[in-house]
Write a protein that binds this ligand. Structure first.
Ligand code: NAD
Length: 250
């Protein structure tokens, strides 16, 4: 039997990169998938890819940085498929590259609103629903910068450290309610956003720093997310698991 048979799963930022890979992987494992994005075209494209391969998926437009949209995304999921078993809170942004002493407060607010407050809002309403349906599993997408600095990206580093802390709190609060919550820390993953944000020189440098001497793939992150979302990880909660080709090991 597939790992997520009969489950209803939600992924934010499912229109590209890691979110799309997670949505596809959830569907391959038998879940009914609701995916959100601010980009309607990309979100619908992910649904088409999943349906063309025989899976079940539904797109909802939503801005993950607002509490109201996060509440609505849970409501849409429940009205479409009746419950919510699994959530991967993935939507995130890098923000501008500036040292802390030059970082614009507005940019700080935007990054924190999506990467940290957005994950809190998502969990806030997902937990309420998961309690109603007797349990669930939440996987929050952090970063290796939930553990080590990303020089010139102070808001990103702070937001991802915050996601790791929030994840542990939720795990402690909901363990006896049959809800697990874990965080994944991808290293440098080959996605469109990485290519947009890093120069070729920087890409070469991050590749060379990882003992595996390559970027990761979105699929490699999705595989870990599926594991943490499924019963295969039934004793794992409050964990922060890195997938970085050894980048932070040395
Ligand atoms: N790519 C990497 O190297 C890497 C490394 C570590 C962590 N991450 C994290 O993984 C997650 C996904 O990153 P990615 O590289 O796949 O990015 P991506 O840019 O390819 O995908 C992000 C998706 O989120 C959507 N999005 C942006 N703002 C949104 C909002 N306000 N509401 C809803 N959707 C929104 C975008 O439209 C896009 O489809 C992020 O949280 C990122 O911080 C990425």
């Amino acid at each position: 039997m597939a790992l997520l048979e009969n489950k209803v799963a939600f992924v934010s930022g499912g229109g590209s990169g890691i979110g799309r890979a997670v949505a596809e992987a959830y569907a391959r494992e038998g879940a009914k998938v609701v995916l959100s994005d601010i980009n309607v075209e990309h979100g619908e494209e992910t649904v088409k890819i999943i349906k063309d391969s025989g899976g079940e998926a539904f797109f909802v437009k939503g801005d993950s940085s607002t509490a109201s949209d996060n509440k609505r995304m849970v409501e849409v999921t429940v009205s479409k498929y009746g419950r919510l078993d699994i959530a991967c809170n993935n939507a995130g942004m890098g923000g501008p590259a500036k040292p802390t002493g030059e970082y614009e407060p507005d940019a700080w607010d935007r990054v924190i609103a999506l990467n940290l407050s957005g994950v809190f809002y998502a969990c806030r309403y997902q937990l309420e629903q998961m309690e109603k349906n007797g349990g669930g599993s939440i996987v929050n997408i952090a970063s290796i910068h939930g553990q080590v600095a990303a020089p010139n990206s102070p808001a990103y580093t702070a937001s991802k450290h915050g996601v790791v802390g929030l994840t542990k709190n939720i795990a402690a609060e909901y363990a006896l309610k049959n809800i697990r919550c874990n965080a994944v820390g991808p290293g440098y993953i080959e996605t469109a956003s990485l290519k947009d944000n890093l120069t070729q020189n920087l890409m070469d440098a991050v590749e060379a720093k990882a003992p595996m001497n390559r970027l990761g793939t979105a699929q490699e992150v999705a595989d870990l997310v599926v594991f943490l979302s499924s019963e295969k990880s039934s004793f794992t909660t409050g964990s922060y698991i890195i997938a970085d080709g050894g980048y932070t090991a040395i």
